[in-house]
Design a protein around this ligand. Structure first.
Ligand code: DGP
Length: 126
């Protein structure tokens, strides 16, 4: 189940190059093009779902989330800790409409605070 216009489907099909970190029958993980941290890897299901709330079968969710620990081990960030993000829809600024988990690590990340969230966030046009 692919979307021919989806950039992540094209990566999963090998039509667009990416730095692949892990791949199996169900998922592929590759480094983000615009990394926010020393480690910034995206895990996607090979089948196309627009986001985590797109009636994704539990089995598929299981495969995608099971890959998190594998990425953490491969990238060497398991012990020190890391962050997973799943932006979903407009209010979360999801830009690529194919379910993906961001795995971020390789350094300390503050908890988002009131300067980063909500209508008064400093990175939002007022
Ligand atoms: P989000 O905003 O949660 O939808 O994150 C999408 C991420 O995908 C963003 O961090 C940049 C990354 N990205 C977009 N296009 C490409 C691409 O062609 N290759 C790779 N490796 N990453 C991409």
């Amino acid at each position: 189940m692919q979307d021919k216009d989806c950039i992540f489907c094209k990566i999963a099909a090998g039509e667009i190059p990416a730095k692949v970190v892990f791949e199996d029958e169900y998922v592929i993980a590759f480094d983000d093009l615009e990394p926010l941290m020393p480690v910034h890897t995206l895990i996607i299901p090979k089948d196309h779902y627009s986001d985590i709330a797109d009636d994704v079968p539990e089995e598929t969710l299981g495969h995608v989330f099971a890959a998190v620990q594998k990425i953490a081990d491969i990238k060497g960030i398991h012990e020190e800790g890391f962050r997973c993000l799943v932006n979903t829809g407009e209010n979360a600024s999801q830009s690529v409409k194919h379910l993906h988990i961001h795995v971020l690590g390789g350094g300390w990340m503050p908890r988002p605070n009131d300067q980063d969230w909500g209508p008064n966030a400093t990175n939002v046009e007022q």
